[in-house]
Design a protein around this ligand. Structure first.
Ligand code: C2E
Ligand code: CA
Ligand code: CA
Length: 638
């Protein structure tokens, strides 16, 4: 096939546009923090090739229009090089798609081999054409460049190959990303058809640029929060990886503002201004990331800030002033790059984990210990997840410990509280403060309650069967569990499974400050009370203690928190207040239980403050539920 390139159908407009757009993209890449991945390097390669191709194209047409026949043989070479560059762009597209979609190695090799094949054959044909077939002649007053259109075959072969590849990887990419690419390819195609229709050749290279713009926008942009100058946690991970791979030590400073840790609660302008100032004025080359609402992490290298300790001191002083002025609750975590956390790229969850153990408005410098703790917590979390997924009510990792409760009315231990422990392979015994918050935050707590309830029911059934006097065992339930729709059904089902009556089980709940939680609690308590289940208000005196609400809920027993017992032992005034509260509850027919009774003097004091039940180390520490036998009386012995 012969093809005539009419020089009047070409203006350098398209190619100049390509060059300028590519330069703009390079500028943007320099000033935005873009993920420097392998696919990104291929992407940069494509931009470079496009700039070259556009320049060669301009040169080619300049030579042709210069009307200097001695240069015409050069034009043939130029034309050939131009096609070669465009083939290489195609080749890079293929490599890029393979890289992004992580196709298996075998198929990657096949696609790369096919691409190289098309490239080689295309170049060979083009070279032959350049040597033999290129001619220039004047047709109808305008200059025409004549050659066989071998490039079109290569072009179509590449388009076909990419189409097959895209089809094969269709499920490996997020659908919207895929549609983005198809959309831009369609635009390229339309432009090619239009330019052919108008006898134009100016925009060929431009059509190669559209997919590049799509890549830039969809896959390689990490947009700033324009006002704060932050980037998201994905970018943080890339920065960490880069530093880790290149052995660059860095320092991170994390600021968490609880007040803004909610959707739709933007940082106020004055806070934004402060954050902006802080992120640029104290450290060289610092980058600010925003991994979550109200959470910012500043990262800088030690190399560029050798005196970072001094600077940390200065930024903290400045922060203190800012805090005096603004007064938002904060948690600050400061640390130096830790190999293990960098390798796993887990700074954000590491910092979250550190937060959990911090009091509000404190600054914490992390060390080795925290890493150990973090790893332990991660392990516990994995185990919790596994317990949750398996859903085995007899899971051996969940242990029921029990603390007997002394009944002052009959001088017996006839009730007890079930307390959970985990027994894990790598850590041994784990206590509630180390896993209850984790289980609550990750939605595993209800499963644990079901297990503990099931095991408690079985043990209580056995004890009663053996003739022990045991009125009931109470089980702790977290307030968030009440939000589960099936909460009551689950509890009822498990109690019935062991053919135990509801009276043998009690549920301990703590107060909630939230109005809708309160209503929920009221309904669920009412439903379960019908089965004879008793309800304890746990930890009275530690939280909110809204009397009106407490009275509105049908609790049976009020558990006075250990802190009230301690305070009463320390001061006459506290004793009066606690005594008055106990009187009030008793007069209203609640039973009063004192927790944390450790000494004889505690017991005497609590007895004087209307105690019905006493619980604490004085009588027993929590013991495995089977050991409860040692504390209980037998019906026949009485
Ligand atoms: P809690 O419900 O207030 O349980 C009483 C805690 O006080 C227990 O700690 C118990 O060992 C401890 N304690 C008992 N007597 C004394 C004493 O005389 N002095 C002192 N200093 N402490 C005493 P434990 O077993 O570590 O449990 C801690 C918390 O974990 C519990 O506080 C409860 O809120 C939670 N928890 C335990 N088991 C479960 C469970 O199965 N489900 C849920 N949701 N939470 C649980
Ligand atoms: Ca309790
Ligand atoms: Ca308690």
């Amino acid at each position: 096939m012969n093809r005539h390139f009419n020089i009047s159908g070409y203006t350098p407009v398209g190619d100049l546009a390509v060059v300028s757009i590519c330069v703009v993209m390079i500028v943007l890449i320099i000033f935005s923090y873009v993920r420097k991945t392998r696919s990104f390097r291929i992407f940069l390669g494509i931009i470079g090739l496009l700039i070259l191709a556009a320049n060669v194209d301009v040169a080619f047409y300049s030579i042709l229009s210069a009307d200097r026949p001695e240069l015409h043989s050069l034009a043939g070479g130029m034309h050939c090089a131009f096609h070669g560059l465009l083939y290489l762009v195609f080749l890079c597209y293929v490599a890029y798609i393979l890289e992004v979609t992580r196709l298996d190695r075998r198929r990657r090799r096949i696609y790369m081999a096919l691409s190289l094949g098309i490239f080689a054959v295309g170049m060979a044909l083009d070279a032959l054409d350049a040597v033999n077939g290129v001619k220039l002649r004047v047709v109808g007053g305008s200059l025409e460049f004549q050659g066989r259109d071998v490039f079109m075959y290569g072009y179509l072969a590449f388009v076909g190959l990419i189409a097959v590849l895209m089809f094969q990887v269709r499920n490996r990419l997020y659908k919207r990303v895929m549609l983005g690419f198809y959309g831009t390819m369609a635009v390229s195609f339309i432009i090619l058809v239009m330019q052919a229709r108008f006898g134009q050749t100016s925009f060929t290279v431009l059509t190669f640029l559209y997919p590049v713009i799509a890549m830039f926008y969809i896959l390689h942009s990490s947009p700033y929060d324009a006002r704060l100058g932050t980037i998201d946690s994905r970018a943080l991970e890339d920065m960490v990886r880069l530093n880790y791979e290149n052995n660059i030590e860095f320092v991170f400073m994390s600021l968490y503002l609880r007040d803004f840790d909610e959707e739709g609660k933007p940082l106020p302008e004055e806070v934004q201004a402060a954050v902006r100032r802080f992120s640029v004025s104290f450290f060289k080359g610092a980058t600010l990331f925003q991994p979550g609402k109200g959470h910012m992490i500043l990262l800088y290298t030690k190399r560029r800030n050798p005196d970072y300790e001094k600077r940390i001191q200065r930024i903290m002083e400045a922060f203190d002033q800012e805090y005096q002025r603004l007064g938002y609750e904060y948690k600050i975590v400061i640390g130096e790059s830790i190999g293990e956390i960098s390798r796993k790229n887990e700074y954000v969850s590491f910092i979250h984990n550190v937060h959990r153990g911090m009091a509000p408005n404190t600054v914490y410098r992390v060390g080795e210990k925290d890493v150990e703790w973090f790893n332990r917590q991660e392990y516990i979390l994995k185990q919790l997840e596994d317990i949750y997924v398996k859903g085995d009510l007899d899971d051996p990792r969940v242990l029921v410990y029990c603390q007997p409760v002394f009944n002052t009315r009959n001088g017996r231990f006839d009730t007890a509280e079930a307390l959970m422990r985990l027994e894990l392979e790598q850590t041994g015994m784990v206590y509630p403060d180390q896993f209850i918050p984790l289980a609550e935050q990750n939605g595993y707590i209800h499963m644990l309650t079901e297990i503990i309830l099931h095991k408690t029911c079985k043990a209580v059934k056995a004890l009663i069967g053996e003739g022990y006097i045991l009125s009931r065992v109470s089980v702790n339930v977290s307030a968030i569990e009440l939000k589960e729709n099936a909460f009551c059904d689950d509890i009822i089902r498990i109690i019935h499974r062991s053919s135990l009556s509801g009276e043998s089980i009690a549920i301990e709940l703590t107060e909630s400050r939230n109005e809708s939680d309160f209503m929920l609690m009221r309904d669920k308590i009412a439903e379960l009370k019908e089965l004879g289940i008793k309800f304890y208000l746990d930890d009275f005196g530690t939280g909110y203690s809204n009397m009106e609400r407490i009275m509105a809920l049908p609790f049976d027993i009020i558990k006075f928190d250990r802190s009230l017992v301690t305070a009463s032992g320390d001061s006459e005034r506290s004793r009066q207040i606690v005594g008055a509260l106990a009187n009030m509850f008793s007069d209203m027919n609640y039973s009063v239980l004192y927790e944390g009774v450790e000494k004889d003097s505690d017991e005497a004091m609590c007895r004087n403050m209307r105690a019905t039940y006493l619980q604490g180390y004085k009588y027993s520490r929590p013991v495995p539920i089977e050991k409860l036998r040692e504390y209980l009386d037998r019906g026949d012995a009485a």
